[in-house]
Design a protein around this ligand. Structure first.
Ligand code: ADP
Ligand code: MG
Length: 699
């Protein structure tokens, strides 16, 4: 690979704007561009012309097949490959690809989860081209980003509601911009998703069935060295990892993904990749691809990339940071404080819209990141708590306080705040934005939502965020459009929002016990600790009403999603439980027995040699190990019973509560005994690689 020519490499496998402009006729390009930017319906002739050029480009780049690439509710991407070949009368083939094939596909989709939206007898959903996200080539296949719907038009994927939510926020934000006289054709939200992951050696990985089946270790005593020395964070990158990162960057760049920074993270073997931000739906597609390519490139380098939120108990888990902002087509970032009083007032109103959205829809944000895996991180003093709050930093908080109380702002210079008359005092980007304990932090010109798990699709939280902010903006537009005096109405509105939603603002330590107490008991914020607690809130009237009002979901889509997400939760834990039983019965108990047998043999031999030998170590270890085998037996039987009970539930709401209250605690108990046994048993007899061997497997 010629490293000097990165600008040529970048996007070389993407049918991007450069390719479109170069290859399409002027009219076709203009018409397509209008569809992309302004969401205007696509002309059929245009689709044919685009398909033809897309196919020619793809074939030139080695593609033989095409696929509609989509994001079903499983959370991973799906594809079904068709070749371009069409038979000709003389027994040969030609490479064909029509506008129809570009626009619409019909995968046999009966095995994707639909939560009852689609009876299996009408299995065929359809995929529809999303021209706002560029097509690309992966494994000799032209991948066309698509939305996935049922024949009755219900969304069966994550992209469709995301695109709808972008339209919703666009609609409402444009009403506000009009009131300020800000010229723009449209607004779009943008996202930069920072991705954390672990790398372990493939051979060591292959010897851990729990990692293979569930993505996380279900057993494992703590290694003597973990992350306590803080020597891994931003540390020197090991050569093998550096080679992986270089390769990964190249693969991502070819796909037009703006991989920008990479560094070691807190835990041994943990790393992070951050891209440059892009439009939300493109950022979502890119993040899905990034996760996929990470796994592929790791395999090429003899490693396994772990994207699970908590691969190792007791070691820092992996998250994802969703940096979010909203900007006009003219390039104004609406979350960036402006130069003039007017721009500032506009900024403050959008800031308020986000604050109110997070307060009003805390539960939606929380549930948008809820999975069995992420439940292990949130609130465990390594990631934000399950309680959602907003961090603004000292200076911006001071400014809002001054507006609320109609007092002077005592910043660097004293300014009496009157909106629309005075410029905002210049405030610096708060250095305390390194307050990692806040789930939702303002970082100068964007918000950073930090509660996402590393394997989450970022579509989910952005659907909720876009919709909730659209709702705040709708309320503001309704009010301000009726106002007799815009200035006064605006000032009153902003003051009122700050007062009403102050409870969601919190700059302190989110990890502290005191915060949980204050948040829940004094401020009345919700603390939805697990997926079983959070997900059913999707069905709360206020949430349904908002999402339906902005046409992001239909009522039946909401119900189906809630069920699918809960099913995903209970199935995940069920597989974990079954894996534990399997490992305990087939490997751990027999291994302990083997070691006890060796100890017993040794003991009697030693005693034969000399009756004076004390055999303290042998006897005490045997005694404790033998007690532990009994405890493990009891615990595994309890877990087996729970797994049997689990099968009897017909209702996923009930089974998810059972998983939370019975199954997970039974798994914890079992693990505790096995981990203790690991510390007492010779490594030679222990059946699986230890935490130390896993975490320090890549050199
Ligand atoms: P920090 O130092 O706070 O982590 P960075 O500048 O490194 O901030 O940005 C972190 C992430 O936020 C990057 O992915 C970056 O592209 C993204 N980002 C920056 N500006 C915006 C924006 N306006 N909208 C969305 N994401 C943004
Ligand atoms: Mg960050």
């Amino acid at each position: 690979m010629d490293k000097t020519n990165i600008s040529e490499l970048f996007g070389s496998l993407v049918f991007d704007d450069r390719e479109m402009r170069a290859r399409l006729s002027e009219e076709v390009y203009a018409s397509l561009k209008k569809t992309i930017d302004e969401n205007v319906k696509l002309d059929e002739n245009v689709a044919d012309a685009v398909a033809e050029e897309m196919k020619n480009w793809a074939i030139e780049h080695g593609a033989t097949h095409y696929t509609h690439w989509f994001q079903p509710l499983t959370g991973v991407t799906a594809e079904k490959h068709d070749s371009f070949i069409e038979p000709t009368a003389d027994g040969g083939v030609v490479m064909e690809f029509s506008g129809k094939e570009l626009i619409k596909g019909e995968p046999d989709a009966s095995s994707f989860p639909s939560g009852g939206l689609r009876a299996t007898f009408e299995a065929r959903g359809y995929t529809a081209w999303d021209p706002t996200s560029f097509a690309f080539i992966k494994d000799h296949t032209l991948c066309i980003p698509t939305a996935f719907c049922s024949y009755s038009g219900e969304a069966l994927d994550k992209k469709t509601p995301l695109l709808r939510s972008m339209q919703a926020i666009n609609r409402q934000a444009m009403r506000i911009l009009k009131l300020f006289g800000t010229e723009a054709k449209y607004v779009k939200t943008s996202v930069g998703a920072e991705q954390e992951y672990f790398l372990v050696d493939k051979q060591v990985f292959a010897r851990r069935p729990d990692l293979k089946y569930t993505g996380r270790t279900l057993f494992g005593a703590m290694p003597p060295k973990g992350q306590e020395m803080d020597d891994h964070y931003f540390g020197v990158i090991k050569p093998r990892v550096a080679e992986f990162m270089e390769d990964l960057n190249q693969e991502l760049w070819k796909l037009g993904i703006l991989a920008k920074t990479e560094h070691n993270e807190v835990a041994p073997a943990q790393h992070e990749l951050a891209p440059i931000y892009s439009t939300t739906n493109i950022a979502t597609d890119s993040n899905q691809l990034t996760m996929e390519i990470m796994k592929k490139v790791a395999a090429k380098h003899g490693m396994e990339c772990l994207l699970h939120e908590k691969p190792f108990a007791g070691v820092n888990g992996s998250g994802k940071h969703n940096n979010w902002s909203i900007a006009t087509d003219t390039g104004i970032n609406l979350l960036s404080p402006g130069e003039t009083p007017y721009e500032n007032a506009q900024f403050l109103l959008f800031l308020c819209a986000v604050i109110q959205a997070v307060d009003d829809y805390q539960d939606l944000l929380r549930l948008s990141v809820a999975t069995a895996g992420n439940d292990h991180r949130l609130g465990a003093n390594e990631a934000p708590p399950a309680i959602i709050s907003v961090f603004l930093g000292e200076e911006l908080t001071g400014i809002l306080e001054a507006i609320k109380n109609d007092t002077s702002y005592q910043g660097k210079e004293e300014v009496k705040m009157k909106l629309g008359v005075h410029a905002l005092p210049r405030f610096s980007r708060d250095t305390t934005d390194r307050n990692r304990t806040s789930p939702f932090a303002f970082t100068g010109n964007k918000f950073e939502f930090r509660s996402l798990g590393s394997s989450n699709s970022i579509a989910c939280c952005n659907i909720m965020l876009n919709s909730a902010v659209a709702e705040s903006l709708r309320q503001y537009a309704d009010e301000l459009e009726q106002a007799e005096d815009f200035q006064t109405a605006l000032h009153d509105l902003i003051r009122r929002v700050i007062t009403d939603h102050q409870r969601i603002l919190f700059d302190g330590n989110g990890y502290g016990e005191e915060w949980i107490k204050e948040a829940t008991e004094v401020r009345g914020l919700s603390n939805l600790r697990t997926t079983a607690d959070a997900m059913p809130r999707l069905l709360d009237e206020k949430n349904k009403e908002m999402l339906i009002r902005h046409k992001v979901f239909t009522e039946s889509e909401i119900h189906s999603r809630c069920e699918i997400m809960l099913e995903n939760y209970v199935k995940t834990v069920n597989i974990e439980g079954l894996t534990m039983v399997d490992m305990v019965r087939k490997n751990y108990l027999p291994a302990m027995e083997r070691y006890i047998f060796r100890l017993a043999q040794t003991t009697s031999l030693m005693r034969e040699v000399s009756p004076n030998i004390k055999v303290n170590y042998e006897v005490s270890t045997m005694e404790r190990l033998s007690e532990l085998t009994d405890s493990i037996l009891e615990a595994v039987e309890a877990l087996e019973k729970a797994l049997a009970t689990f099968k009897t539930f017909e209702n996923v709401f009930e089974s998810s509560e059972f998983v939370r209250d019975d199954m997970l605690p039974a798994m914890d108990t079992l693990r505790k005994f096995v981990d203790e046994a690991e510390m007492l048993t010779s490594q030679r007899d222990w059946p699986f690689p230890s935490y130390g061997q896993l975490l320090f497997s890549v050199n």
